[in-house]
Design a protein around this ligand. Sequence first.
Ligand SMILES: Cc1ncc(COP(=O)(O)O)c(C=O)c1O
Length: 412
Amino acid sequence: MTNDQLLKIAQDYGSPVYVYDAEKIAAQYKRLTNAFKGVNTLKINYAVKALSNISILKFLNTLGSGIDTVSIQEINLGLAAGFLPEQIIFTPNGVSLDEIETAAKLGVQINIDNLSILEQFGTKHPDIPVCIRINPHIMAGGNSKISVGHIDSKFGISIHQIPHLLRIIENTKMTINGIHMHTGSDILDIDVFLYASEILFETARSFKNLEFIDFGSGFKVPYKAGDIETNIEELGKKLTAKFNAFCKEYGKDLTLAFEPGKFLVSEAGSFLTQVNAVKQTTSTVFAQVDSGFNHLIRPMFYGSHHDIINISNPKGKERFYTVVGYICETDTFGNNRRINEITEGDVLCFKNAGAYCFSMASNYNSRFRPAEVLWYNGAAHLIRKRETFDDIIKNQIEVDFSNSKKEAVLSK
Ligand SMILES: Cc1ncc(COP(=O)(O)O)c(C=O)c1O
């Protein structure tokens, strides 16, 4: 999308606003499926948590994607978006057996990552095949909060617990139809995927009724010029060869599954904010925008980088700015960034704002969550209205204090 198109959206729909480019999502989807065209059956299950707007889900459905979900609400959203239960995998962590049973009743593929829950589920529902999430004990991922496949992680069933797992299967007579791993997000090196795949194949040999192997996700997308990204084409070639060789040995054409979030939607997203104030201090120049970590928390939460550009003055002289929000705690989006000269009222665009941005937004400071716009077929489509004060107040219940006496309360 061009700067002018983005500016027009900010003018038409107000600020702050999230904008998603459908063409970019489709291009990433195609890149991934092309890279793995050498496998017999490939299944892409988009990780809903990354960006869960129903129009985004519907669009991914038209591309042929399934979905990966982590809550019963995400499942219901997927069903509302038109996905069939068999296009949905449920990969929760730490949820109740009750929630898993509710999902199973809807007919979605269950993925279990806990031996205790597996035993309870298998005992009650031996006829429902389940996938198991393995923890391969690999340290992978861009930072500790998004590294989830290591030995201290709460995710997955340890590879050292396979004998226990097999005993549960034997005792309950349940069927394991898939094995899965997801070791982290922003994984820099494709060798990590290849190494982890060996562990998964080794584990898979213990299960005789597999239909699919799910390699999770964690593909690294570029955040700035010259940044490393997962070489998906090279990974496609190398993993396809390994996977096909494994299927031959296993004696069955299994489905290869992935569940990407960032890879599909991160770069498609732009977050547009307006500059409320430019504040020169003794140490820096702050550009203060009409947003904060209530709308985009990734930089404050785990130090993520979002390129920030001034789309109102793209040819202006470059100066250094620290871009901050309006929240009552420190909410620095970017420190000492070289940005084209900023004047109050200018619109700043945050790049890579498709994944884990709106979906992590909150009403902190009683602010409204922003509008979302999908750029599709050369036109802007509003896909979520900006919240209003009604959204802030609608679930709150007021207690009637009119009869309480101030003195009586204070004297207690
Ligand atoms: C189980 C699981 N699958 C897939 C994803 C998506 O990862 P990414 O956005 O890095 O593609 C996540 C992200 O946290 C996850 O926890």
